[in-house]
Design a protein around this ligand. Structure first.
Ligand code: TMP
Length: 219
């Protein structure tokens, strides 16, 4: 993360069907009970511009080339970081983002096979070097994750073959292994309430909520 931003930046990552977005909603209720109002956002789609990009990216009727896909995710991210994430961190807020740069490494890098050095370079440009303080990986076997998605209603990425999703999952595990200080892995195959318990414990131990509570926090 660029030097000395007072806020805390947490990202949630994982393969499709891991349940992280639903878990995040419940986590926010828990945090609000602790007096913390996090800024919650998602990648792609955390800004007005990004919501248009998200629609393009996930539309199952469009053909999107791998490089075009990579650049659209990065365009969304550049806007998101400058418009939402960076200003909130500068104000000392807790920012929780549903997906971030690790998704690009997992999906476009490990999944599509695009050169990781290029992805890292684009991640760096799009984020101005911003890195999460903590990344929580919701790990789930691809077959189980995909079986949780609504049949027929899947977006363009969710409709990819099982082999693609398996590469994404393995990719995530490699990313977590490479940065054990930043990543915490949750076994997302367990019952919903146990996963939520884990998530709350991780926040209680790894996120200095007192720092955030005393900062001016509002959405
Ligand atoms: P979600 O917001 O419902 O998880 O959908 C976003 C989809 O986009 C999901 O399949 C993961 C994928 N994705 C990428 O392929 N690359 C990225 O950089 C990001 C942020 C998401």
């Amino acid at each position: 993360m660029p030097a000395n931003l007072p806020g805390i930046f947490v990202t949630l990552e994982g393969p499709d069907g891991a349940g992280k977005s639903t878990q995040l909603k419940l986590l926010c209720k828990y945090l609000e009970g602790q007096g913390v109002n996090p800024v919650v956002s998602r990648d792609p789609g955390g800004t007005a511009l990004g919501r248009q990009i998200r629609r393009l990216l996930l539309n199952p009727e469009l053909f999107v080339s791998p490089v075009c896909e990579l650049l659209l995710y990065q365009a969304d991210r550049a806007q998101h970081v400058s418009e939402v994430i960076m200003p909130a961190l500068k104000e000392g807020k807790l920012v929780i983002c549903d997906r971030f740069t690790d998704s690009t490494c997992a999906y476009q890098g490990f999944g599509r096979g695009i050169d990781m050095a290029l992805i890292n370079q684009l991640n760096q440009i799009a984020t101005s070097g911003l890195k999460p303080d903590l990344t929580i990986l919701f790990d789930i076997e691809s077959e189980v994750g995909l079986s949780r998605l609504h049949p027929g209603g899947q977006d363009r990425l969710e409709r990819e073959a099982l082999a693609f999703h398996q590469k994404v999952r393995q990719g995530y595990l490699k990313l977590a292994e490479a940065e054990p200080d930043r990543f915490v892995i949750i076994d997302a195959t367990r019952p919903f309430s146990l996963v939520q318990e884990d998530l709350q414990k991780i926040f209680a131990t790894k996120v200095d909520i007192s720092k955030i509570s005393s900062a001016k926090v509002s959405n």
